[in-house]
Write a protein of this length. Structure first.
Length: 339
């Protein structure tokens, strides 16, 4: 370290048993605490400790294990600020989840940004940089970049489709694929919508809206429109995939639990040279007619041990929507009912 370089944040204990964290850059400490100490309040809620600011120090009061967790989270977030990266509620949520999953060993600040090969887990798109918030999301993103076919299985709100579309956009922008193909079965979720008016696009767009929503998070609207006109982006029902060979494309199949066994086999065999596929779904939310088997359930059973295919399973702990969503999912699961 250069003689005049600021020392990193330093932990210590005081006579009362509190943990004391000293931060060399008071401006970064202000950013760490957040407006009206909102960031500190979120960390207190997530760890169970009480945090008090004293000048350029933060005092942590609570059980030793809780203080250790809060200490690792604070040091990790401060390290993030030192690297010129922002800290918001989502970043704090990710730090709490990742650090809790990381245990007490190793360099926990590195665990917030790294996976096994030492590369930071981030997905760069035109509008934002997306980072996984849980260990399962981190493993999922890693597999999406490494494998040609990946299944993301789990409840709503865990980021399965969002992250798959983000990786697809990132790989397109990097020139690794020539086009994006986003699909889902046109199956009604319990309602009967009747005959929708308009042309074919207008009829299927209501089913495809979640895919449009994800794209709009990553690309400017004008660019999406241009790419769709040039067929660099296709959004179509699963039935439209029959007979095609999808080469040099990143293909995402959303809500795959509503694909029949034959549709799933048809879709998976569309994989062409230079292409990748992500298949996402929740086997607890099957909307197929009674007595019809889900192709996603069959695919997991048949392909689980096939080399080169990745499977990542998410749980309620990976829900990154409103915290109440995770509690709703757990409540239904405890009664043996599906959400």
């Amino acid at each position: 370290m250069a003689p005049n370089a600021p020392r990193p944040a330093q932990p210590s204990d005081d006579a009362s048993g509190d943990s004391i964290l000293r931060f060399p850059d008071n401006r970064l400490l202000i950013d760490l605490c957040g407006e009206l100490d909102r960031n500190i309040a979120q960390i207190e809620s997530g760890t169970g400790v009480m945090i008090t600011r004293r000048g350029n120090e933060l005092a942590l009061h609570g059980e030793p294990s809780e203080r250790a967790l809060a200490e690792r989270v604070l040091l990790g977030l401060y390290d993030r600020l030192e690297k010129g990266r922002a800290v918001g509620p989502g970043d704090i949520d990710a730090a709490l989840r990742m650090t809790s999953a990381g245990g007490n060993g190793g360099d926990d600040r590195a665990q917030l940004d790294m996976f096994g090969d030492g590369a930071r887990v981030e997905i760069r798109t035109r509008k934002k940089v997306v980072e996984p918030r849980t260990a399962a999301q981190r493993a999922y993103v890693e597999q999406l970049f490494r494998h040609e076919l990946v299944f993301g299985l789990g409840p709503a709100g865990t980021g399965k489709t969002y992250l798959a579309v983000a990786v697809a956009v990132s790989m397109f922008l990097d020139g690794q694929v020539d086009r994006l193909i986003l699909s889902r079965p046109a199956v009604e979720a319990g309602e009967r919508l009747g005959f929708l008016p308009g042309d074919m696009k207008e009829k299927v767009d209501p089913y495809m809206q979640p895919l449009y929503d994800a794209l709009n998070d990553f690309l400017p609207a004008r660019q999406i429109q241009k790419m769709m006109e040039e067929r660099q982006i296709e959004i179509a029902p699963l039935a439209f995939m029959r007979g095609r060979t999808l080469a040099n494309a990143f293909v995402v199949l959303d809500e795959a639990q509503n694909a029949t066994t034959m549709q799933m086999k048809m879709f998976l065999t569309r994989l062409g040279e230079g292409s990748r596929m992500a298949v996402t779904g929740d086997v607890t939310q099957i909307d197929l007619p009674r007595g019809m088997s889900s192709g996603l359930v069959e695919a997991e059973r048949i392909l689980r041990d096939v080399p080169g295919i990745g499977f990542v399973r998410f749980g309620p702990e990976d829900v990154v929507r409103h915290p109440l969503v995770a509690r709703i999912i757990r409540a239904y699961e405890s009664r043996g009912e599906h959400v």
